[in-house]
Design a protein. Sequence first.
Length: 321
Amino acid sequence: MANKNGQGQPGVSLAGAVDLGALKHQVDAEPGQKGGAPAAGGYVIDTTEASFQAMVQTSATFPILILLWVPTDDRLFPLATRLAQTVNAQEGRIQLSRIDIASNPQIAQTFQVRGAPALFALLAGRPMPILQGLPTDEEMNQITDQLIPQVIQMAQKAGITGSAPYQETNDQGQEEQAGQAAADAIPPAHQEAHRLAQEGDYAAAAEAYGKLVQADATDDLAKREQAKCLLMARSAKADVRRVRQAAADAPDDLQAQLDVADVDMIGGQIQDAFDRLLDFLAGHRDQTDPIRRRLLEYFVIPEPTDPRLAKARRRLSTLMY
């Protein structure tokens, strides 16, 4: 996938964003009507500025494909249709969130795009650029056949294994229904902590989940969500390039290595995060405690059956004793 500097996998174009002023391509029909854009539904939702933060938060539960578009521009209809078909075929392993950037310009500014279409993957609140501009047939095939499955795999490796809610129709209450479906799946005791996380207050959410863990040491869901929130509170807004460069420049600096391990975890590179801290511990036995605490935090994020956990736990025990 491409980065914000336009460098990424060959064949995916980052040039030629569609001109929003091309009125000859505009249609008046509403989505779902004859001649209009494809309707939302299934695992496809429409997101606005009002629901944007809640959508971002759910990317910690399941991966999201974000399409920035204009639903009255008929040049974008085939792209939206093909993405919807591909996402719906995944049966909840990924969600497609469509955002009308003409009606929600602040979101366009957030993603630093000036035109439509633009396509991003979103994992645990971190956007990854895929495409800007209309794709060729070859590029479209690459996105549907290779990139979307890769995004799902990255999410699973990062412990993001939940299922997106299914939407029957695209009525005006769709966003409320989606929010209610997500809320119904959350244990009542977790509602406040979940709300804080949805609002992006990860530090407060981590504290709230921590209280749940103190009250019930067997609450594995609270432990996992607390670890995710601690991770996001520390590093969700980190400049990845600077963090990686700092770690490369100071290989013996504990904080630099902890920071880059956080970046690896958020990006789904769990094995890299484990290995980095364990390798550092092997050469810095006097700094065992902070590394052990960070690794124990990481260990609750993937699925308990993840083979990387057993291997990392064994190595940690060997290095400590």
